[in-house]
Design a protein around this ligand. Structure first.
Ligand code: GRF
Length: 210
């Protein structure tokens, strides 16, 4: 089976990107990361990509007149490399409907909480974990979901759960969740690359191996 052509969108340290690179290196996913697009220069994610000889592109949303122009440019960079799966991994920009139309059920995001709680515009990074702790819930975790036109609203592929401890700070909780993200994201990508995700409305059914 041909390898799925993957593009990863980042804005930061890129530990999830690293988890995907490692999974590819270890032959755990039938896919190949061909490009990493970053909203910022000087982020560590770009170094991780370069170290693995992955093509990098910096596209700063601030340099575009509006969201559509930016979305079109990102889409174009992916399309001209025939990317089949786009992984948003700490990408700090919301892409518009144009992107979703071009990658229907072919783009994933990872969120550091159990969606549909603690998601949506404005809830990112440590703000997520602060809200989780403040709310008093006993469990948090991470969610890998397909990208639709909303923010953190697409069909959920998989989730992993961690306890919220009495003495947690946003930092300690973030660290516990991040460990699970590094397992969840490669697993979701593996399932996609094996053609095992079946989307039925809001539900993603994981088909068993044939
Ligand atoms: C992760 O917590 C992810 O859930 C969120 O952004 C963070 C990215 O971290 N979307 P990293 O850059 O992959 O280390």
């Amino acid at each position: 089976m041909e390898k799925v052509r993957i593009g990863v969108l980042v804005s930061g340290g890129g530990t999830n990107l690293q988890a995907l690179i490692d999974a590819e290196d270890e032959g755990k996913i039938n896919g190949k990361i061909l490009v990493v697009i970053s909203t910022k220069e000087n982020v560590y994610a770009l170094q991780r990509a370069k170290k693995h000889n992955i093509d990098t592109v910096i596209l700063d949303p601030k340099k575009y007149s509006d969201r559509l122009e930016y979305t079109k440019t990102v889409t174009e960079e992916l399309k001209r490399r025939n990317i089949e799966l786009v992984c948003l991994a700490g990408f700090m920009c919301i892409l518009g409907p144009y992107f979703v139309e071009n990658f229907p059920n072919r783009a994933m995001n990872i969120h550091p909480a159990l969606l549909p709680s603690f998601g949506g515009e404005g809830l990112y990074g440590h703000l997520v974990h602060e809200s989780v702790i403040k709310s008093g819930v006993k469990f948090s975790g991470c969610t890998v979901h397909l990208v639709d036109e909303g923010c953190d609203t697409g069909p959920i592929i998989l989730q992993r759960v961690v306890p919220v401890l009495d003495d947690d700070t946003p930092e300690t909780l973030a660290e516990r969740v991040l460990q699970e993200e590094h397992l969840a994201y490669p697993e979701a990508v593996r399932l996609f690359c094996e053609g095992r995700l079946e989307i039925k409305g809001k539900r993603v059914i994981i088909k068993s191996r044939v």
